[in-house]
Design a protein around this ligand. Structure first.
Ligand code: OGA
Ligand code: MN
Length: 214
């Protein structure tokens, strides 16, 4: 591919400002319609080829399939696959990573990501993205790939803004919407999707605090 994946600092400025102020941000300008179309096609081709598997809850050896908690299916992305649409995703998100590190000294080192498909009726109950035994996940990034998503299709990501769960924002999973939030601070859930719902979820990781002795 010959596109230029440079991300203008003018686009990243508001993202950084909002993260600094509130710990979360919803951006709609980092990805173009065409880029999202390429990512959606790649997601759907892999889905049709049966490459996804039902998502699990927990980490590594403790992983369990818990369909009462989440009912989506996922496919992990390989950053090395240079000729895939996913490579443009990784290069854009790397620009975000660098800007966040510059602004907050967060020491984000890498990004782990998967495509997710929520079949009609699928959901993900309220949770926090950080595992009990691993605090490497620092910043969550969810990018939505759905071409046309009317309000009545549901499937919003509900992001809780306080511990009590009294205030929240609902993020509609429309093409090109990117939600970023601090992984250890914001509880969130995916409300039941009224139609097939496509996304890429990524987690920027830093060295594990325990391992680094912080
Ligand atoms: C997740 C998640 C939110 C979404 O995968 O951990 O919370 O809107 N996804 O898909
Ligand atoms: Mn989550």
């Amino acid at each position: 591919m010959t596109q230029d994946f440079e991300v203008s600092p003018y686009l990243l400025g508001p993202v950084i400002d909002n993260l600094a102020e509130q710990g979360w941000v919803v951006d709609r300008s980092l990805f173009t319609v065409e880029e999202i179309r390429l990512l959606r096609e790649e997601c759907l081709i892999n889905w049709q080829q049966g490459k996804f598997h039902e998502a699990a809850v927990g980490r590594a050896a403790q992983q369990n399939r818990r369909s009462e908690i989440r009912s989506d299916s996922v496919l992990w992305l390989e950053p090395e696959q240079a000729d895939s649409a996913a490579s443009l995703y990784f290069s854009k998100l790397d620009a975000v990573r660098q800007a966040v590190n510059q602004a907050f000294y967060m020491g984000l080192e890498d990004l782990e990501s998967h495509f997710a498909v929520y079949p009609q009726g699928a959901f993900y109950k309220k949770h926090l993205d950080r595992f009990r035994d691993d605090d490497a996940r620092a910043l969550t990034a969810v990018l939505y790939l759905n071409d046309d998503w009317p309000a009545e299709a549901g499937g919003e990501m509900r992001l809780y803004l306080d511990e009590e769960g009294e205030r929240h924002v609902d993020v509609r999973p429309e093409a090109g919407t990117l939600a970023l939030f601090l992984s250890d601070r914001f509880w969130h859930e995916v409300l039941p999707a009224g139609r097939q719902r496509l996304s890429i979820t990524g987690w920027f990781r830093r060295r594990m605090a325990t391992a680094a002795g912080w």
